[in-house]
Design a protein around this ligand. Structure first.
Ligand code: ATP
Ligand code: MG
Length: 662
């Protein structure tokens, strides 16, 4: 067996958390038996199943056929027309719910010591989105054109993306933390002619100069003909005459009448680039109908959303610049008629309790964040959590990376008050929406496992011939049947699309993550296929070694990679963020700490998993979405020069520090 096919799992996680009976009683899906019945049927009769979900949404024209499938190409809801913006806004207004709040926005800065909150109703959204859609048209944007959006987390970002969807323009949103070269690359890849930005955005009380970054990018490409600038921080900006326009000038006096365009179900909705954790980012394409149906259903089931419940307030802390923000702040939420909270800034501004203060003030019911954030909160200290009343919370979610059991249990106890089901959602930019996740009213969870396939998702763990492997042996995670929100390709690169996802296991979608299924039928993500380490013939999942390290009292976060080793073939190298100050390199304290960490891993997982090198550090190289970039760590551990794509790296300085420390 190759390294990709099997990971040895020694991790014994025996804790089980059943959904509280009271929660289960009110849930959309209230027992595992009910889930299993629905799931079996959804796999046996996928077209009937998805058609029933789709019928809950608005279509201008119904489909002739639910699915046309010839691997790797899927067409969903063939012949149907719809509009996602219409389903997000107009449908609610037409049902007489125009005064209901759709988006609750909170600014990062306080004004006179008071939080600044803006409530946008469906009526507000309809007016602003229609006006901005007319602005786009007035600048020559047509159906199918790619519009680049590079903004902070302001309501106008939601308005801009919905306006694109309304007129059938394809948005390509770039996270506001990226720099000029990332903007240039994405503008050129999408051949975009119009860009929407802000003067600046607030991040930890500092102005991020978005417009200046755009200016720098546009010196490197001349594709962009029009730049629309929303004024947020009132920082000084340079406006190029003829090219640059203020948002407020263009919106002034423009008509608010702009009917939603009738879009084919398979018309392109957006392009979005992956995080770049494992290589150069890929421009993932999503189309209208299938994406809408899948994000609608998964939002509702994963978070057990209650449409029209005036107390329901859902908060996803991701940035809209990531797929999580696309699917689970805006597109999946608004059609469910649930208030969605959007926060502008950093989790530690003005203090490390900002999130918990917001949960308390807004009475957030459903909360969705990332393991990297949870590990940061743990490091910052429980006192910041404990001073707030978090009793409004009902469901907690996590996404983005495997969550270490240690962090899971902390989340459960400290944030969830041991009362809230945790949904550990596994999915990707490519999958559009949730693929593996507990359902909060049905699934008995276990820390570190993303549990079961979503309804309609046929997931399995196989070897490279596509045969299912026995329980508890690691293998390759695959999705065997098409699903509505699957990617339709990599923009402009058919070959990379086919090679990346469809050739590893013929005929099946391969996300390049390793996994195993335990005897209860729960899935465990063991890490990226490329990250599996083969030590003296044993296949070790990096995830489990990292989790063992994180359960050591001095460890806040850990990343493990392989490196060439004379005797073993591959050695294990661990990069460890310490909870307290990093002891001086080479000091007795540092050596004692490393020894204790090694011994701890040996005790938890067996001596084979003991790291050969440990580097103690203050920080790790991460993507701007907060994921550890193990591919860079591999080069550092091996002592190689770094020649890879680093455009999505958050802080180059960390890499240099780690190189120097080796
Ligand atoms: P790139 O594809 O450019 O390397 P990326 O894979 O990090 O970047 P995303 O689409 O943002 O880009 O992330 C999807 C990946 O994140 C998954 O393939 C998986 O490895 C990881 N992931 C997401 N959610 C979970 C989860 N709940 N548990 C484990 N891993 C997760
Ligand atoms: Mg990926």
């Amino acid at each position: 067996m190759s390294g990709a096919e099997s990971t040895e799992s020694n991790l014994q996680e025996n804790r089980r958390f059943a959904p509280p009976a009271e929660f289960a009683a009110q849930a959309h899906i209230g027992s595992i038996e009910e889930y299993e019945k629905l799931h079996s049927r959804s796999i046996a009769e996928p077209e009937a199943f998805w058609a029933e979900v789709a019928e809950q949404l608005h279509w201008f024209k119904p489909w002739d056929k639910v699915l046309e499938w010839e691997a790797p190409d899927a067409k969903w809801f063939v012949g149907a027309t719809t509009n996602l913006c219409y389903n997000c806004i107009d449908r609610q207004v037409e049902a007489g719910l125009g005064d209901q709040v759709a988006i609750v926005w909170e600014a990062e800065p306080y004004a006179d010591g008071q939080p600044q909150v803006v409530n946008l109703t469906y009526n507000d959204l309809l007016r602003e989105v229609s006006k901005f859609a007319n602005v786009l048209k007035s600048k020559g944007v047509q159906k199918g054109d790619v519009v680049t959006i590079y903004m902070g987390m302001v309501p106008e970002l939601a308005i801009a993306m919905l306006a694109c969807a309304r007129i059938g323009a394809v948005h390509s949103i770039i996270f506001g933390g990226f720099s000029a070269s990332a903007i240039r690359d994405r503008v050129e890849d999408g051949k975009s002619k119009l860009l929407i930005t802000c003067d600046g955005s607030w991040r930890r009380a500092k102005n991020v100069p978005l417009k200046a970054n755009v200016d720098e990018a546009l010196e490197m490409t001349d594709l962009i003909e029009n730049v629309i600038v929303y004024q947020r921080t009132e920082c000084e900006v340079h406006m190029t005459v003829g090219r640059d326009h203020w948002w407020h000038d263009l919106m002034d006096g423009i008509s608010d009448d702009c009917p939603a365009e009738e879009m084919d179900a398979e018309d392109l909705l957006f392009i979005l680039y992956t995080s770049g954790s494992t290589g150069k980012p890929k421009g993932i394409m999503h189309t209208t109908g299938g994406y809408m149906v899948h994000t609608y259903m998964t939002s509702k089931l994963t978070f057990d959303l209650k449409p029209d419940d005036p107390d329901e307030l859902y908060w996803c802390t991701a940035d809209i610049g990531w797929i999580t923000g696309h699917s689970y702040i805006i597109y999946g939420l608004l059609p469910n008629r649930v208030r969605t909270l959007m926060y502008e800034g950093a989790p530690n501004e003005p203090g490390p309790d900002r999130f918990w203060d917001m949960v308390e003030r807004h009475k957030v019911t459903k909360f969705y964040t990332a393991p990297t954030a949870i590990r940061a909160f743990m490091k910052w200290g429980d006192e910041h959590v404990e001073k707030h009343d978090l009793s409004s919370l009902k469901v907690l979610g996590t996404v983005g990376e495997p969550i270490n059991p240690e962090a899971w249990v902390w989340y459960h106890e400290k944030i969830g008050g041991e009362r809230c089901p945790i949904v550990d959602t596994w999915w990707q930019t490519e999958t559009g929406g949730h693929m593996l996740t507990p359902l909060p009213g049905a699934t008995t969870t276990t820390p570190g496992s993303c549990c079961r396939p979503m309804l309609g998702i046929d997931a399995a763990v196989v070897n490279s011939d596509g045969e299912e492997v026995p329980n508890n042996s690691g293998g390759i995670l695959v999705i065997r049947k098409p699903w509505p929100s699957m990617l339709r390709g990599i923009y402009g690169d058919r070959q990379r699309f086919v090679q990346t996802y469809w050739e590893k296991v013929p005929g099946m979608y391969c996300p390049a993550d390793g996994a195993r299924v335990d005897p209860d039928g729960n899935f465990w993500i063991t890490g990226r296929i490329d990250d599996v380490i083969v030590v003296a013939g044993h296949n070790l999942g990096t995830m489990e070694i990292e989790s063992a390290l994180v359960s050591h009292p001095d460890v806040a976060e850990a990343a493990v990679v392989g490196f060439p080793h004379d005797v073993k073939g591959t050695g294990i190298s661990a990069f460890v963020i310490t909870k307290g100050a990093v002891p001086a390199p080479g000091s007795d304290a540092a050596e004692a700490m490393k020894k204790s960490m090694s011994a701890h891993v040996a005790k938890e997982l067996g001596p084979i998993s003991k790291p050969d090198q440990i580097r103690l550090t203050e920080a790790l190289p991460k993507t701007r979405s907060g994921k550890i970039m193990r591919r860079l760590l591999r080069d550092i551990a091996a002592g190689n020069e770094i020649k890879q794509d680093t455009t999505t790296l958050e802080d180059r300085g960390i890499v240099e520090k780690l190189q120097a420390s080796g």
